[in-house]
Design a protein around this ligand. Sequence first.
Ligand SMILES: *Cc1c(COP(=O)(O)O)cnc(C)c1O
Length: 364
Amino acid sequence: MILCSNPKAQYLSHKDEIDAAIRRVLDGGWYILGEEVKAFERQFADYIGVSYGVGVGSGTEAIHLALACCGIGPKDEVITVSHTAAATVAAIELTGATPVLVDIEPDFFTMAPDRLEAAITPRTKAIIPVHLYGQPADIDPVLQIAGRHHLRVIEDCAQAHGATYKNKRIGSFGDMACFSFYPTKNLGALGDAGMVVTGDKELARKASLLRQYGWDKRYVSNVAGWNSRMDEIQAAVLRVKLRYLDQDNAMRVRLAQIYEEKLCKNEAKLPKKRANSTHVYHLYVIRSKKRDELLAFLKAKDIGASIHYPVPVHQQPAWEKLPGCDKLPVTEQICREIISLPIYPELAESNAQRITETIMAFTD
Ligand SMILES: *Cc1c(COP(=O)(O)O)cnc(C)c1O
Protein backbone atom coordinates (compact mmCIF):
# COMPACT_ATOMS: atom_id res chain seq x y z
CA MET A 1 0.00 0.00 0.00
CA ILE A 2 1.37 3.45 -0.93
CA LEU A 3 0.23 5.81 1.83
CA CYS A 4 -0.93 9.38 1.11
CA SER A 5 1.49 10.69 3.76
CA ASN A 6 3.99 8.74 5.82
CA PRO A 7 5.40 10.26 9.02
CA LYS A 8 6.93 6.92 10.05
CA ALA A 9 9.12 6.86 6.91
CA GLN A 10 10.32 10.33 7.89
CA TYR A 11 11.16 9.18 11.42
CA LEU A 12 13.10 6.20 10.06
CA SER A 13 15.11 8.35 7.67
CA HIS A 14 16.48 10.39 10.62
CA LYS A 15 16.08 7.72 13.31
CA ASP A 16 19.51 7.94 14.95
CA GLU A 17 19.45 11.71 15.32
CA ILE A 18 15.85 11.75 16.54
CA ASP A 19 16.43 8.94 19.05
CA ALA A 20 19.49 10.79 20.39
CA ALA A 21 17.51 14.04 20.69
CA ILE A 22 14.71 12.33 22.61
CA ARG A 23 17.18 10.61 24.91
CA ARG A 24 18.87 13.94 25.63
CA VAL A 25 15.52 15.34 26.83
CA LEU A 26 14.62 12.25 28.86
CA ASP A 27 17.99 12.33 30.60
CA GLY A 28 17.84 16.10 31.10
CA GLY A 29 14.74 15.89 33.29
CA TRP A 30 12.97 19.07 32.11
CA TYR A 31 10.02 18.20 29.89
CA ILE A 32 7.97 21.30 29.01
CA LEU A 33 9.03 24.84 27.91
CA GLY A 34 12.76 24.53 28.50
CA GLU A 35 16.01 24.98 26.60
CA GLU A 36 14.94 22.83 23.63
CA VAL A 37 11.79 24.90 23.08
CA LYS A 38 13.78 28.13 23.42
CA ALA A 39 16.38 26.97 20.89
CA PHE A 40 13.73 25.76 18.44
CA GLU A 41 11.79 29.04 18.73
CA ARG A 42 14.97 30.95 17.89
CA GLN A 43 15.92 28.65 14.98
CA PHE A 44 12.46 28.52 13.44
CA ALA A 45 11.90 32.30 13.71
CA ASP A 46 15.30 32.81 12.00
CA TYR A 47 14.32 30.34 9.28
CA ILE A 48 11.08 32.22 8.58
CA GLY A 49 12.82 35.59 8.81
CA VAL A 50 10.94 37.11 11.75
CA SER A 51 12.10 38.26 15.18
CA TYR A 52 10.00 36.12 17.52
CA GLY A 53 8.65 32.58 17.78
CA VAL A 54 6.44 31.27 20.59
CA GLY A 55 6.06 27.49 20.83
CA VAL A 56 2.55 26.29 21.64
CA GLY A 57 0.51 23.11 21.85
CA SER A 58 -0.86 22.81 18.29
CA GLY A 59 -1.61 24.72 15.10
CA THR A 60 -5.20 25.29 16.23
CA GLU A 61 -3.91 26.78 19.47
CA ALA A 62 -1.44 28.97 17.56
CA ILE A 63 -4.35 30.59 15.70
CA HIS A 64 -6.47 30.84 18.86
CA LEU A 65 -3.58 32.52 20.72
CA ALA A 66 -2.72 34.87 17.85
CA LEU A 67 -6.32 36.09 17.69
CA ALA A 68 -6.40 36.55 21.47
CA CYS A 69 -3.11 38.50 21.36
CA CYS A 70 -4.76 40.87 18.87
CA GLY A 71 -7.60 41.40 21.34
CA ILE A 72 -10.19 39.55 19.25
CA GLY A 73 -13.15 38.05 21.09
CA PRO A 74 -16.95 37.87 21.27
CA LYS A 75 -18.87 40.28 18.95
CA ASP A 76 -15.88 40.48 16.57
CA GLU A 77 -15.77 38.98 13.09
CA VAL A 78 -12.80 37.27 11.47
CA ILE A 79 -12.73 36.59 7.73
CA THR A 80 -11.28 33.35 6.39
CA VAL A 81 -12.03 30.65 3.81
CA SER A 82 -14.33 27.64 3.99
CA HIS A 83 -11.92 25.60 1.89
CA THR A 84 -9.43 24.82 4.69
CA ALA A 85 -8.84 22.44 7.57
CA ALA A 86 -11.69 22.72 10.08
CA ALA A 87 -9.03 23.90 12.56
CA THR A 88 -8.88 27.40 11.05
CA VAL A 89 -12.55 28.01 11.78
CA ALA A 90 -12.48 26.10 15.09
CA ALA A 91 -9.71 28.41 16.33
CA ILE A 92 -11.75 31.52 15.50
CA GLU A 93 -14.73 30.08 17.38
CA LEU A 94 -12.54 29.39 20.43
CA THR A 95 -12.14 33.16 20.85
CA GLY A 96 -15.90 33.70 20.75
CA ALA A 97 -15.60 35.69 17.50
CA THR A 98 -17.70 34.86 14.43
CA PRO A 99 -15.97 33.31 11.39
CA VAL A 100 -17.04 34.96 8.11
CA LEU A 101 -16.30 32.88 5.03
CA VAL A 102 -15.17 34.01 1.57
CA ASP A 103 -14.62 32.07 -1.62
CA ILE A 104 -11.32 30.99 -3.18
CA GLU A 105 -9.46 31.55 -6.43
CA PRO A 106 -10.31 28.65 -8.78
CA ASP A 107 -6.73 28.29 -10.04
CA PHE A 108 -4.94 28.29 -6.70
CA PHE A 109 -7.54 27.14 -4.12
CA THR A 110 -6.59 30.05 -1.81
CA MET A 111 -8.53 33.11 -0.56
CA ALA A 112 -9.93 35.29 -3.37
CA PRO A 113 -8.84 38.82 -2.37
CA ASP A 114 -11.56 40.38 -4.55
CA ARG A 115 -14.18 38.83 -2.24
CA LEU A 116 -12.89 40.54 0.88
CA GLU A 117 -14.34 44.06 0.64
CA ALA A 118 -17.91 42.73 0.43
CA ALA A 119 -17.37 40.61 3.55
CA ILE A 120 -16.05 43.44 5.74
CA THR A 121 -18.47 44.92 8.29
CA PRO A 122 -17.96 47.36 11.20
CA ARG A 123 -17.37 44.29 13.40
CA THR A 124 -14.56 42.83 11.27
CA LYS A 125 -11.22 42.74 13.15
CA ALA A 126 -8.95 40.35 11.25
CA ILE A 127 -8.37 38.32 8.10
CA ILE A 128 -6.84 34.83 8.12
CA PRO A 129 -5.51 33.83 4.69
CA VAL A 130 -4.59 30.13 4.51
CA HIS A 131 -1.54 29.05 2.49
CA LEU A 132 -3.21 25.85 1.36
CA TYR A 133 -1.56 22.65 0.08
CA GLY A 134 1.88 24.30 0.29
CA GLN A 135 1.05 27.25 -1.97
CA PRO A 136 1.08 30.86 -0.70
CA ALA A 137 -2.23 32.75 -0.77
CA ASP A 138 -2.10 36.02 -2.73
CA ILE A 139 -0.96 37.96 0.29
CA ASP A 140 -0.19 41.43 -1.14
CA PRO A 141 -3.79 42.39 -1.98
CA VAL A 142 -4.93 40.93 1.36
CA LEU A 143 -2.45 43.18 3.19
CA GLN A 144 -3.55 46.22 1.17
CA ILE A 145 -7.24 45.69 1.91
CA ALA A 146 -6.49 44.99 5.59
CA GLY A 147 -4.44 48.19 5.76
CA ARG A 148 -7.25 50.28 4.28
CA HIS A 149 -9.73 48.91 6.83
CA HIS A 150 -7.34 48.73 9.84
CA LEU A 151 -7.66 44.97 10.15
CA ARG A 152 -5.14 42.49 11.50
CA VAL A 153 -3.75 39.82 9.19
CA ILE A 154 -2.94 36.44 10.74
CA GLU A 155 -1.45 33.92 8.32
CA ASP A 156 -2.39 30.24 8.61
CA CYS A 157 0.88 28.61 7.52
CA ALA A 158 0.08 25.09 8.75
CA GLN A 159 0.54 23.59 5.27
CA ALA A 160 3.35 25.71 3.88
CA HIS A 161 6.54 25.64 6.01
CA GLY A 162 9.27 27.10 3.81
CA ALA A 163 7.12 28.34 0.92
CA THR A 164 7.98 31.83 -0.38
CA TYR A 165 6.03 34.73 -1.87
CA LYS A 166 8.07 37.36 -3.71
CA ASN A 167 11.25 35.87 -2.24
CA LYS A 168 10.13 36.15 1.40
CA ARG A 169 8.99 33.18 3.44
CA ILE A 170 5.32 33.00 4.20
CA GLY A 171 4.85 33.65 7.90
CA SER A 172 6.71 36.95 7.61
CA PHE A 173 3.85 38.99 6.08
CA GLY A 174 1.03 39.19 8.62
CA ASP A 175 0.89 40.77 12.08
CA MET A 176 1.29 37.20 13.29
CA ALA A 177 1.55 33.82 11.59
CA CYS A 178 0.66 30.35 12.79
CA PHE A 179 2.31 27.01 12.15
CA SER A 180 1.27 23.46 12.99
CA PHE A 181 3.82 20.69 13.50
CA TYR A 182 1.28 17.86 13.32
CA PRO A 183 3.22 14.74 12.23
CA THR A 184 2.17 14.82 8.55
CA LYS A 185 2.98 18.50 7.94
CA ASN A 186 6.08 19.52 5.94
CA LEU A 187 7.79 20.03 9.30
CA GLY A 188 6.20 17.50 11.64
CA ALA A 189 6.76 16.50 15.27
CA LEU A 190 6.02 13.09 16.78
CA GLY A 191 2.96 14.42 18.55
CA ASP A 192 1.11 17.76 18.69
CA ALA A 193 2.94 21.10 18.51
CA GLY A 194 2.55 24.53 16.94
CA MET A 195 4.11 27.99 16.84
CA VAL A 196 3.11 31.62 16.59
CA VAL A 197 5.68 33.85 14.88
CA THR A 198 5.67 37.64 14.69
CA GLY A 199 7.90 40.65 14.20
CA ASP A 200 6.09 42.54 16.98
CA LYS A 201 7.76 42.34 20.38
CA GLU A 202 4.62 43.19 22.34
CA LEU A 203 2.47 40.61 20.52
CA ALA A 204 5.17 37.99 21.11
CA ARG A 205 5.28 38.83 24.81
CA LYS A 206 1.53 38.53 25.05
CA ALA A 207 1.57 35.14 23.30
CA SER A 208 4.18 33.84 25.73
CA LEU A 209 2.02 34.97 28.68
CA LEU A 210 -1.25 33.57 27.34
CA ARG A 211 0.20 30.12 26.61
CA GLN A 212 0.94 29.59 30.30
CA TYR A 213 -1.91 30.86 32.51
CA GLY A 214 -0.96 34.47 31.86
CA TRP A 215 2.06 34.08 34.10
CA ASP A 216 4.43 37.02 34.03
CA LYS A 217 6.37 35.63 36.96
CA ARG A 218 5.77 32.04 38.04
CA TYR A 219 2.40 31.69 39.81
CA VAL A 220 1.42 35.30 39.10
CA SER A 221 -1.21 35.72 36.36
CA ASN A 222 -1.40 39.29 35.12
CA VAL A 223 -3.66 38.44 32.19
CA ALA A 224 -6.20 35.65 31.81
CA GLY A 225 -4.26 32.96 29.94
CA TRP A 226 -4.61 29.21 29.71
CA ASN A 227 -2.34 26.26 28.91
CA SER A 228 -0.95 25.75 25.44
CA ARG A 229 2.67 24.75 25.87
CA MET A 230 5.20 22.96 23.69
CA ASP A 231 6.92 19.81 24.98
CA GLU A 232 10.70 19.58 25.12
CA ILE A 233 10.63 16.23 23.30
CA GLN A 234 8.70 17.70 20.38
CA ALA A 235 11.03 20.72 20.22
CA ALA A 236 14.10 18.45 20.23
CA VAL A 237 12.64 16.33 17.39
CA LEU A 238 11.69 19.45 15.43
CA ARG A 239 15.23 20.86 15.76
CA VAL A 240 16.54 17.74 14.04
CA LYS A 241 13.91 17.86 11.30
CA LEU A 242 14.26 21.61 10.68
CA ARG A 243 17.79 20.89 9.41
CA TYR A 244 16.26 18.77 6.63
CA LEU A 245 13.23 20.93 5.79
CA ASP A 246 14.62 22.55 2.63
CA GLN A 247 15.92 19.21 1.38
CA ASP A 248 12.57 17.54 2.15
CA ASN A 249 10.65 20.30 0.38
CA ALA A 250 12.94 19.90 -2.65
CA MET A 251 12.00 16.18 -2.73
CA ARG A 252 8.32 17.13 -2.70
CA VAL A 253 8.93 19.52 -5.61
CA ARG A 254 10.77 16.74 -7.48
CA LEU A 255 7.83 14.35 -7.03
CA ALA A 256 5.42 17.08 -8.16
CA GLN A 257 7.55 17.44 -11.33
CA ILE A 258 7.17 13.72 -12.03
CA TYR A 259 3.40 13.99 -11.62
CA GLU A 260 3.29 17.03 -13.86
CA GLU A 261 5.46 15.55 -16.64
CA LYS A 262 3.48 12.32 -16.77
CA LEU A 263 -0.02 13.64 -16.21
CA CYS A 264 0.01 16.80 -18.31
CA LYS A 265 -1.73 14.96 -21.15
CA ASN A 266 -4.37 13.51 -18.83
CA GLU A 267 -7.91 14.84 -18.54
CA ALA A 268 -7.29 15.60 -14.87
CA LYS A 269 -6.48 19.24 -14.10
CA LEU A 270 -3.09 19.68 -12.47
CA PRO A 271 -2.33 22.26 -9.76
CA LYS A 272 -1.31 25.68 -11.06
CA LYS A 273 1.63 27.52 -9.56
CA ARG A 274 1.34 31.17 -8.64
CA ALA A 275 3.92 33.44 -10.30
CA ASN A 276 6.48 35.01 -7.91
CA SER A 277 6.06 32.29 -5.32
CA THR A 278 7.26 28.79 -4.48
CA HIS A 279 5.01 25.83 -3.75
CA VAL A 280 6.18 23.26 -1.17
CA TYR A 281 3.56 20.62 -2.04
CA HIS A 282 2.26 19.68 1.36
CA LEU A 283 -0.37 18.03 -0.83
CA TYR A 284 -0.49 17.37 -4.57
CA VAL A 285 -4.10 18.01 -5.48
CA ILE A 286 -5.52 17.38 -8.95
CA ARG A 287 -9.09 17.81 -10.18
CA SER A 288 -11.11 15.15 -11.98
CA LYS A 289 -14.74 15.09 -13.10
CA LYS A 290 -14.71 11.38 -12.16
CA ARG A 291 -13.08 11.92 -8.79
CA ASP A 292 -14.92 9.26 -6.78
CA GLU A 293 -14.31 6.56 -9.42
CA LEU A 294 -10.62 7.56 -9.63
CA LEU A 295 -10.27 7.37 -5.85
CA ALA A 296 -11.80 3.86 -5.80
CA PHE A 297 -9.65 2.75 -8.76
CA LEU A 298 -6.46 3.91 -7.03
CA LYS A 299 -7.49 2.24 -3.79
CA ALA A 300 -8.06 -1.06 -5.61
CA LYS A 301 -4.46 -0.76 -6.83
CA ASP A 302 -3.16 -0.13 -3.28
CA ILE A 303 -2.64 3.60 -3.76
CA GLY A 304 -3.86 5.67 -0.79
CA ALA A 305 -5.04 8.86 -2.41
CA SER A 306 -7.26 11.08 -0.26
CA ILE A 307 -9.49 14.19 -0.33
CA HIS A 308 -8.62 17.50 1.35
CA TYR A 309 -11.35 18.24 2.12
CA PRO A 310 -14.45 16.29 1.12
CA VAL A 311 -16.89 18.59 2.94
CA PRO A 312 -16.18 22.33 3.10
CA VAL A 313 -16.41 23.87 6.57
CA HIS A 314 -19.70 25.67 5.86
CA GLN A 315 -21.41 22.37 4.99
CA GLN A 316 -20.31 20.58 8.17
CA PRO A 317 -23.07 20.03 10.75
CA ALA A 318 -21.12 22.02 13.37
CA TRP A 319 -20.74 25.11 11.19
CA GLU A 320 -23.74 25.47 8.93
CA LYS A 321 -25.07 28.98 8.32
CA LEU A 322 -21.89 30.89 9.04
CA PRO A 323 -21.94 34.36 7.46
CA GLY A 324 -20.87 34.14 3.80
CA CYS A 325 -21.92 30.48 3.44
CA ASP A 326 -24.33 31.27 0.58
CA LYS A 327 -21.61 32.85 -1.58
CA LEU A 328 -19.08 30.05 -2.03
CA PRO A 329 -19.66 28.56 -5.51
CA VAL A 330 -15.99 27.90 -6.30
CA THR A 331 -15.45 26.16 -2.96
CA GLU A 332 -18.50 23.96 -3.53
CA GLN A 333 -17.53 23.13 -7.10
CA ILE A 334 -13.94 22.10 -6.46
CA CYS A 335 -14.81 20.01 -3.37
CA ARG A 336 -16.52 17.56 -5.72
CA GLU A 337 -13.45 17.27 -7.99
CA ILE A 338 -10.32 17.37 -5.86
CA ILE A 339 -8.14 14.38 -5.07
CA SER A 340 -4.80 14.38 -3.24
CA LEU A 341 -2.11 12.06 -4.62
CA PRO A 342 0.52 10.61 -2.27
CA ILE A 343 3.41 12.98 -1.68
CA TYR A 344 6.11 12.98 1.02
CA PRO A 345 9.91 13.23 0.87
CA GLU A 346 10.49 9.47 1.27
CA LEU A 347 8.05 8.45 -1.50
CA ALA A 348 10.18 6.56 -4.07
CA GLU A 349 10.23 8.12 -7.53
CA SER A 350 9.39 4.66 -8.92
CA ASN A 351 6.19 4.72 -6.85
CA ALA A 352 5.30 8.18 -8.15
CA GLN A 353 5.78 6.77 -11.66
CA ARG A 354 3.52 3.83 -10.83
CA ILE A 355 0.85 6.22 -9.55
CA THR A 356 0.93 8.23 -12.79
CA GLU A 357 0.69 5.03 -14.87
CA THR A 358 -2.31 3.90 -12.84
CA ILE A 359 -4.05 7.24 -13.38
CA MET A 360 -3.36 7.05 -17.12
CA ALA A 361 -4.78 3.50 -17.18
CA PHE A 362 -7.93 4.79 -15.45
CA THR A 363 -8.63 7.36 -18.17
CA ASP A 364 -7.79 5.11 -21.14
C1 LIG B 1 -3.20 21.19 10.30
C2 LIG B 1 -3.85 22.50 10.10
C3 LIG B 1 -4.25 23.32 11.17
C4 LIG B 1 -4.28 22.87 12.59
O1 LIG B 1 -3.16 22.35 13.13
P1 LIG B 1 -3.23 21.32 14.37
O2 LIG B 1 -1.80 21.25 14.78
O3 LIG B 1 -3.77 20.04 13.84
O4 LIG B 1 -4.10 21.92 15.41
C5 LIG B 1 -4.73 24.58 10.89
N1 LIG B 1 -4.86 25.02 9.63
C6 LIG B 1 -4.53 24.25 8.57
C7 LIG B 1 -4.68 24.80 7.19
C8 LIG B 1 -4.02 22.96 8.77
O5 LIG B 1 -3.72 22.20 7.71
